[in-house]
Ligand binder design. Sequence first.
Ligand code: AR6
Length: 171
Amino acid sequence: MGKIILHQGDITKYSADAIVNAANTSLLGGGGVDGAIHDAAGPELLEACQKLGGCQTGSAKITKAFNLPAKFVIHAVGPVYRDGTADEDKLLASTYKRSLELAVEHGAKSVAFPNISTGVYRFPKHAAASIAIRAVKSFLKNHQQIETVAFITFDDENYNIYKEKLDLRGE
Ligand code: AR6
């Protein structure tokens, strides 16, 4: 089974075959990690995104990565967290799964995820981490093509949550 790595830092500096963007349904950029990825990739990324026609919540689309150290950017749209009764859990799990399916379809063996929906979209961080880890582990069990999945945390809170949930204490 592929392995899971935890890394704290800026995902735009991270070398993986594919990095995942926490995008919105327009796929036309925004703030947070989306803004950082577009800034680092350069204007060609926006041109590529303009051809995609948006994306539904819980799904993802893929482009080249232009000036980034990755080969691909997977633009994933997590749910906006409302009150937990709007299928948020299911949609977040589906965002991770669909991103990994796209990675396999494009031959990417290593994939790096930010903590989708836990910023502007306000998904509670503990719950989001559990859903993300469960979705990734379940995918890796059934897809040998992916060798490494990295969770890239940006803030200390998410880093500590992932460290505990991935049982990396002491590393
Ligand atoms: N590298 C890695 N993680 C980062 C970086 C970075 N450079 N910058 C921020 N994060 P958010 P969302 C973390 O708000 O909640 C955008 O405007 C951040 O600490 O970027 O899915 C989109 O266009 C947080 O843990 O994404 C959408 O409209 C995580 O990335 C909307 O925000 C996600 O925070 C999506 O909201």
